[in-house]
Design a protein around this ligand. Structure first.
Ligand SMILES: NC(=O)C1=CN([C@@H]2O[C@H](COP(=O)(O)OP(=O)(O)OC[C@H]3O[C@@H](n4cnc5c(N)ncnc54)[C@H](OP(=O)(O)O)[C@@H]3O)[C@@H](O)[C@H]2O)C=CC1
Ligand SMILES: CC(=O)C(=O)O
Ligand SMILES: [Mg+2]
Length: 762
């Protein structure tokens, strides 16, 4: 067995209420449509709509392909369903399927910058469904069919592919088959198997099962070695019960009649059926080093724990994110469509699917990049039994899979616009990845592997209780809620949260804690020369939750702390700093992570130093660069000003220049430059005017001249620029504490608790 991280918990990481709140909060649902052109003047209006819009209309009427140049068509995919097979939940209708389809559209955007809209069509009549879709071709560059039950899905996909000149791709069929086949290739490689002689069983002869069998056979498995099963058992030649033409095409010439018969001596089994369909006996009866892909969602045919309890030579994959080897469709559909759209493909053919399989399989065999490795700290995932498929947050997927798909499209004559320069295409693809994806993922993954005890200082607040429950449910660690026990329980009960018997959550009433005298003494030792009596310290620990919580962390009774919901930032910080020192050799600063379209930058100091002098600014730069490394960036630090390299001059600008000189003397180990204006720091084209600049690329850490400019600019970015801002995060304390903004919501508190547990100061 290869190294592997501690196995993750199989508990759900959210409650039902959290899932509903997630979908209801803010604008209901998960999508909105945003214009890409300004609508600021009368001229804009007359260009966007009548009369200006008539010009592209006539251009497209004359030459259809111009629609790709003048409209959204070339980057727009419709996710279409009738809701007859929603996940593994069954036929719940078109309307109930909408959350899934919206989700898919969001993933298209986030992972591969494909614009997407969901369309729910309220009919189970195959012809009516086909008719509703077939005329939509001019609107879209591709059609992703989703959660439509077999066998209708086969007819629908085939007919629409014939009728439309854009890719029509039923993801439950081909997406699943592609990811499963990639994992299978690697599992075969690890167990030294040859496709021509490997015996394979697929349980489930629906959309996903049939597509898997077809793809696997196209990849060289011998048809006589492949057995397909459904609820009636083996699909054998001559069977009449529960059959259809798609099952019949894969009917095996075999004496096996039950799933248990089929399992006997099998090398590989794939489940695309239902929870618990594989028994202990079946697993035992397989060949040595068996490969078991139990992919029913949300619960697999057999769990990895159940398999590992019976035999230790199996490679196991599931559809779930909380086990290794997740067969997750998100590894496929965003990138397959990206590649197909970029060559304006007319279809997604078998060669394109196989190219995706091979690209995914090859990626899992390569060394993982730091960005992925950081999430698995202590045990870098390495190609092996517990890592046969890339993980969804792998940043290489975007520049690996689409080029393979595009190339296959070009080679098989379905590309309407071949890509001329593949290297350039790859570079453009990397820039398409939305930086919000994965921004906190490494933090969460790391903490999940090394869970921490986090103290939530304001335990009587409802959103804090919700956050603590979510923190624990996500497997991030245990939570201590500070507050009066009856009040915490009553608030929780009012909010519909049952704290009784909930593992991982404790309540600490500061007044009754037996650790109080020790905390008060510790605080007295620190503050006795600042005018505080022991009695004052006792009162602070007894009455003030921030003192009590911080003392727990200072004395090792908890690993990290989060606070700030009920008290303004500065007050909370002052209280915390009475208890927790600055980390020796460090400087406490506030760092905000700004995630905007195309990039992530860190801005400092957004919380502590109001008017830093040159020495302070140099320290802030060093501290921010350290934290950037902890968060997974190689820092390129720009010291910002209204001026760039002395022009125009001014007092704050010369202070920034002085800070640069101090950094020069310190011989720091990161790139830095300044003073410069923010646009120069962030735009490589503008930076070209200063060829002597030492930054090798756009800055990703911005040091502002003062807290005013730092705090004002991050807030402007949120309000006007639509950016996501995490923080200010506190960096440089000796023990990890994070402070959320006053009135923060539960999700923000969880993020900050995770950042505290991660300890960005290192
Ligand atoms: N990435 C992933 O992990 C994915 C997982 N899936 C999962 O695969 C499963 C099937 O999805 P899909 O193909 O879209 O659904 P379909 O409704 O199209 O097909 C379901 C098939 O499973 C068979 N089946 C159901 N229960 C059993 C059982 N206990 N034993 C044997 N066969 C059974 C049915 O048999 P019969 O024909 O006799 O009715 C049918 O052939 C779902 O659980 C779904 O969540 C799907 C897509 C992606
Ligand atoms: C993953 C998916 O698409 C399904 O279970 O239907
Ligand atoms: Mg689906």
């Amino acid at each position: 067995m290869t190294d592997h991280p501690p196995r993750r918990s199989a508990r759900p990481t959210f409650t039902e209420q959290e899932a509903l709140d997630f979908h209801a909060s803010g604008r209901p649902g998960k999508l909105e449509i945003v214009p890409t052109k300004p609508m600021a003047t009368q001229r804009d209006l007359s260009l966007a709509y009548s009369p200006g819009v008539a010009v592209p209309v006539l251009a497209i009427a004359e030459e259809k392909s111009r629609a790709f140049d003048y409209t959204t068509r070339g980057n727009l995919v419709a996710v279409i369903t009738n809701g007859t097979a929603i996940l593994g939940l069954g036929n719940l209708g078109a309307l109930a399927a909408k959350p899934v389809m919206e989700g898919k559209s969001v993933l298209f955007k986030r992972f591969a910058d494909v614009d997407s809209i969901d369309l729910e069509i309220d009919t189970e009549d195959t012809d009516a469904f086909i008719n509703a879709v077939r005329y939509l071709g001019p609107s879209f560059g591709g059609i992703n069919l989703e959660d439509i039950k077999a066998p209708e899905c086969f007819i629908i996909e085939q007919r629409l592919s014939e009728l439309m000149d854009i890719p029509v791709f039923h993801d439950d069929q081909h997406g699943t088959a592609i990811i499963a086949a990639a994992g299978l290739l690697n599992a075969m490689h690890l167990t030294g198997r040859d496709p021509r002689t490997t015996k394979l069983v697929v349980n489930g002869a629906g959309a996903a099962g049939i597509a898997c069998v077809e793809l696997i056979k196209a990849m060289g498995f011998a048809p006589e070695n492949v057995i397909l099963c459904d609820t009636k058992g083996v699909i054998y030649r001559g069977r009449t019960e529960g059959m259809n033409q798609w099952k019949a095409a894969h009917a095996a010439d075999t004496d096996a009649r039950t799933l248990a018969d089929a399992f006997r001596g099998a090398d590989v089994v794939m489940g695309l059926s239902a929870k618990g369909a594989f028994t202990e006996e079946m697993i035992r009866s397989m060949a040595p080093n068996p490969i078991i892909f139990a992919m029913a969602n949300p619960d697999p045919e057999v769990t990895p724990e159940e398999v590992h309890a019976i035999r230790d030579d199996a490679i196991v994959a599931t559809g779930r994110s909380d086990y290794p080897n997740q067969v997750n469709n998100v590894l496929g559909f965003p990138y397959i469509f990206r590649g197909a759209l970029d060559v304006r493909a007319t279809r997604i053919n078998m060669e394109m699917k196989i190219a995706a399989v091979e690209a995914l399989a090859a990626l899992a065999r390569e060394d993982v990049p730091d960005e992925v490795a950081a999430a698995y700290q202590g045990s870098r995932p390495k190609f092996g039994r517990e890592y046969i498929i890339p993980v969804p947050f792998d940043p290489r997927l975007i520049h690996t899979v689409p080029p393979a798909v595009a190339r296959a499209a070009m080679e098989t004559g379905v590309a309407r616009r071949p890509i001329v320069d593949m290297d350039r295409y790859r570079a453009e693809l990397s820039a398409r990845r939305d930086p919000v994806v994965g921004a906190l993922q490494r933090v969460f993954e790391r903490v999940r592997r090394y869970p921490k005890r986090v103290v939530f200082a304001e335990g009587e607040e409802e959103q804090v209780i919700r956050a603590a429950v979510s923190f624990v449910n996500q497997g991030l660690g245990s939570a201590v809620l500070v507050g009066r026990e009856e009040l915490v329980r009553a608030t929780a009960a009012n909010a519909g949260i049952d704290l009784d018997g909930r593992e991982g959550i404790t309540i600490q009433n500061a007044r009754f804690s037996e650790r109080n005298p020790a905390y008060a003494q510790m605080l007295y030792n620190k503050l006795q020369r600042q005018g505080y009596l022991l009695r004052d310290c006792q009162r602070m620990v007894n009455n003030d939750r921030n003192y009590f919580a911080a003392a727990m962390v200072a004395m090792g009774d908890a690993d990290a702390m989060v606070t700030g919901v009920t008290r303004n930032y500065a007050t909370a910080l002052t209280e915390v700093r009475h208890v927790i020192d600055t980390k020796p050799g460090h400087r406490v600063i506030g760092l905000s992570q700004v995630i905007a379209r195309g990039r992530t930058v860190l801005i400092a100091d957004t919380a502590i130093h109001e008017a830093p002098d040159a020495e302070d600014l140099a320290d802030i730069a060093v501290e921010a660069a350290n934290a950037a490394r902890r968060l997974g960036f190689e820092p390129r630090v720009a010291l910002l000003s209204f001026s760039t390299f002395g022009q125009p001059d001014g007092e704050r600008a010369s202070q920034m220049r002085e800070a640069i000189r101090i950094l020069d003397h310190r011989h720091v180990d990161f790139e830095y430059e300044g003073e410069m204006a923010a646009d120069i720091a962030l735009d490589p084209e503008l930076m070209k005017q200063f060829p002597f600049s030492r930054l090798k690329g756009p800055a990703n850490v911005l040091v502002a001249p003062g807290i005013h400019s730092a705090a004002i600019s991050t807030k402007l970015l949120v309000q006007l620029g639509g950016s996501t801002v995490i923080g200010p995060m506190i960096v440089g304390l000796d023990r990890p504490v994070q402070i959320v903004p006053l009135g923060a919501r539960d999700s923000e508190i969880v993020n900050m608790a995770a950042l505290a547990a991660y300890n960005i100061s290192g």
